[in-house]
Design a binder for this molecule. Sequence first.
Ligand code: PRT
Ligand code: ZN
Length: 224
Amino acid sequence: MQTQRLRIAIQKKGRLAKECQELLKRCGVKINYTGERLVVHAENMPLDLLLVRDDDIPGLIMDGVVDLGVIGENELEEVRLERIKLGEPSQYQLLRRLDFGGCRLSIALDKDQSYNGPQDLANQRIATTYPNILKAYMDKQGVSFSTCMLNGSVEVAPRAGLADAICDLVSTGATLEANGLKEAEVIFRSKAVLIQREGSFSEEKTALIERLLTRMQGVIQAKE
Ligand code: PRT
Ligand code: ZN
């Protein structure tokens, strides 16, 4: 169901939410975020925001439910690989990389364990929220392993005896440190990106997207 108004999905709460809102504001989009609404309307242009969990954003774009979305590349790639596996639509267009949400997906293990390369992970159990990205990396290295899928508390899995190693997002490294782990291998580098659904757009929507992208370019350049 396509609407006249441009629909953009952003994270409702979390690490990307504030910066998405700030970016849109700087691009001149006037929005009142108060309340617990799923959809909020811009006051000064034909644009609606969908406030959702970040996990839902790649699928909303790939199914063509929304026009644009802001999402971390880690989540985007994980969902893309999962959908390819399931034979579901997995297409999107990258409009631009943004200047926030930077992190890396890394394999980490006990700080006292020796590590000389991916072959040291052979037949180990690795806890992660990103099984598809991890598998793609390990397949490329030709190393077999098993997973322990966790949607939270990944960093405590080795201490809890659930896994030998973890594969999780890292930014400062403080969480690894606090859990007695060391970063062994960076397997994916990520930032927030603006993506667009496949398919055609009305002239009005195309013009609005162009306008937003031009403003975004200015906003991001001004910060550099
Ligand atoms: O509720 P919802 O599902 O929307 O949110 P979420 O809890 O799934 O995601 P959220 O808000 O935590 O993260 C959203 C996105 O922010 C991620 O998908 C990444 O693209 C990006 N991002 C950037 C990060 C980090 N940095 C980050 N450090 N996401 C998570 N972390 C976590 C990491 O998992 C680990 O627990 O922070 C911890 C490590 O941080 P350091 O600084 O101790 O290394
Ligand atoms: Zn999430």
